[in-house]
Design a protein around this ligand. Structure first.
Ligand code: PHE
Length: 454
């Protein structure tokens, strides 16, 4: 059977941007920028983007497109015994789906409870106590939280329907799930910057603290953020590239994907930090007292800010709906891209029936997600996330760049990219893939490991 193909160039580009722009853009990026030197963070950020992010994105597109294969099969074509590297990446991604979809489940719940701003009196208690009853400790294994389970089931069903008809149904989905969150971010951003105190919040995001650049961790964070945000090293971009025609442009598509993703991050940063500035003003506390990263930002701090919004409960409900709809549509394309990478790998290897595999994997993923839908779920989620998105990603990235750079050959790949692309890539590409990327990733791995021992 011929390999499925994207319906158009834009279906592919939107799917790639959709995978890249996810929950990480909305809560990881703003927090990273804030805690790593504000405006100064953009120096290492853009260096990382252009020196390693875009080259590796091009390499992943090119490998998938040139070899017309998913990650494990591509690796096996390059060298028989390298297949495991592809599997390592894809399985890491599969584990991410198990908990990424639990976060999607939280979002479904908040969307529902935006009506009437159910968390209004006590946002912290709403998340941790009364309603989701997520605890910060390990909790008890049997303590399933049913509202989360319902959201989880909805998420997996949605993913199944999006992937069911492959590139055709994905193409139809990304035509709205990628632009919609951007429009919503624009609306939220405009409302945000017109609130009292917005500038105070934005200062935290943009005022540069150049002294921070002397800290190697700031650099490690920037490089880590670029890898995570571009969905690199989980076999996703290889799978997506493999549904292109061999003659499809690579360089341009990678640049559009990367810049579209960064633009989404900036919009999110503005939308979130302007509101944090307003909130600090309302509560008469310094901005840094209200900032938090990760889950707390999306499910405690921002909801609390919503309940301070001027205009009463109707306006607040609408802002809540817009915000959580934004998160839901932002996250869904990242969530299903991870599943598609697994599906592509499995069907290349075992010639399985696509639909049967998807049904089986969705049920399995749903059941695995139940572990994170218990009272202590968030505690376990944090631990697993740390291992997969730090160690899994770094190790997969190191191995992948070595295989592509040295065994396949960076120069051979560069020639292929230049044959099909409008923009021509210089020899610096080879240097990046062969030396820079593995070196940088090894240093970050070392820094992380060192921090672990402290
Ligand atoms: N790029 C996504 C984000 O920023 C996260 C992600 C990472 C998705 C790895 C898939 C794989 O949220």
């Amino acid at each position: 059977m011929a390999r499925q193909k994207w319906g158009s160039r834009w279906a592919f580009v939107l799917a790639a941007v959709g995978s890249a722009a996810g929950l990480g853009n909305a809560w990881r990026f703003p927090y990273m920028a804030y805690s790593n030197g504000g405006g100064a963070f953009y120096v290492p950020y853009f260096i990382a983007l252009f020196l390693v992010g875009i080259p590796l994105l091009m390499a992943e597109f090119a490998i998938g497109q040139g070899l017309q294969s998913s990650a494990p099969k591509s690796m096996a074509i390059i060298r028989k015994n390298a297949e495991f590297i592809g599997w390592f990446a894809v399985i890491g991604g599969a584990i991410i789906t198990f908990y990424y979809n639990v976060i999607m489940a939280y979002i479904f719940n908040y969307l529902y409870y935006s009506f009437g701003v159910a968390w209004k009196d006590d946002p912290n208690g709403f998340f941790f106590g009364k309603f989701l009853q997520v605890s910060s400790g390990p909790g008890e294994l049997g303590s399933i939280r049913w509202p989360i389970v319902i959201g989880l089931a909805l998420t997996w069903l949605w993913i199944y329907f999006i992937l069911r008809k492959g590139t055709t149904s994905v193409g139809k989905t990304v035509a709205w799930t990628v632009p919609l969150p951007v429009v919503l971010l624009l609306i939220l951003g405009i409302r945000g910057i017109t609130l009292d105190g917005a500038a105070k919040g934005l200062n935290f995001l943009f005022e540069p603290n150049f002294a921070k650049l002397a800290d190697p961790r700031v650099w490690a964070n920037a490089f880590g953020q670029i890898f995570f945000t571009l969905s690199l090293a989980f076999g996703i971009m290889i799978a997506y590239g493999s549904y292109n025609k061999k003659e499809e442009d690579i360089a341009n598509n990678a640049i559009i994907t990367a810049l579209g993703n960064s633009a989404t991050s900036y919009l999110a940063g503005i939308a979130v930090f302007s509101v944090l500035g307003y909130m600090a003003t309302q509560l008469s506390v310094p901005v840094d007292k209200v900032v938090s990263g990760g889950i707390g930002l999306a499910f405690v701090v921002y909801p609390q800010a919503i309940s301070l919004f001027p205009g009463g409960v109707v306006v607040q409900s609408i802002i809540g709906l817009l915000f959580f709809l934004m998160l839901l549509t932002l996250g869904i394309d990242s969530a299903f891209s991870l599943v598609e990478a697994v599906e592509a790998a499995a069907s290349d290897k075992f010639k399985v029936n696509k639909k049967a595999f998807l049904i089986g994997f969705s049920i399995f993923g749903f059941l695995a997600g139940l572990l994170f839908s218990t009272q202590g779920g968030l505690y376990w989620l944090d631990i697993i996330d740390h291992f997969v998105s730090v160690y899994g990603l770094l190790i997969a990235g190191i191995l992948e760049s070595i295989i592509i750079g040295w065994l396949f050959g960076a120069e051979k790949l560069r020639k292929y990219i230049n044959e099909v692309s409008e923009i021509k890539i210089g020899k610096w590409f080879n240097f990046s893939i062969k030396f820079l990327i593995p070196a940088v990733l090894i240093i970050i791995l070392g820094l992380n490991f060192f921090d672990e021992l402290k």
